[in-house]
Design a binder for this molecule. Sequence first.
Ligand code: MLT
Length: 283
Amino acid sequence: MKTAALSKTKLAYVDEGVGVPVLLVHGFPLDHTMWAAQIAALSGRARVIAPDLRGFGQTPLAPGDAERGISMEAYADDLAELLDQLDVREPIVLVGFSMGGYVAWQFVRKHGHRLRALVACDTRATADTEEARSGRLKMAENVAEWGSGRVAEIMGPRLFAPATFQKKPEMVAAVRAVVERTPPAGIAAAQRGMAARSDATDLLPHVTVPTLVLVGEHDVISPVAEMKALAAAVPGAELVVIPRAGHMTTMEEPEVVNDALARFVDAVTYHFDRLVIEPETHH
Ligand code: MLT
């Protein structure tokens, strides 16, 4: 991986391929490896950038992050800073998975001018219920003592469709290993940040870029019904339900996800190029 010296951390990222920049933002408590199949498939037609967010994978926390929490806005600011460092000036396709989606809403709010298109993957726009919030704060307070293995035990059963556990045990084990490697302080920082996040539902009708919504048929963390409502609230958004997958669509059904993303990236590349080229044809 490469690293970029940002104001708050040294951010690790993968940067492969040439073309339209596609920024892949992972979920909790994971890292860029959840996108391995998409990096391989899309880097033939786009510039794929996949960072490890602060506190995950190979990106360290900043002092005080674990205690204060990292807001979704702060993660989004890290991403904008990364794009500056990479000298990415053209509008990007932002793909946010689950917590990466929570970050994406803040990116839309604050850095929306940098967007060409948006993909919301197995995520939600609503804030937490009181119960979810107190569960997160409990984990944040105890994870140093529990260890990340306990987090893998708590979250693991909810990440995949039932059949995936039987059919792809090595993939389930690989995700478990990523969670176990995640430092407890990174888990605490993100849980505090997610617990404090605001509702982004009000933003959805104002999203003006082409938007694709992906969700696993059997996702119990961000269920189809909720993603359907999200897609319906974004003008012109397209919803694709990924058959057989649970929450971890990108790993459970990589080919289906890759096809949907490739089609969308090609469509927004063409669409955007036309928008740029058209004024010149009138000269
Ligand atoms: C994720 O996959 O990012 C998490 O399940 C999101 C969450 O905890 O809400």
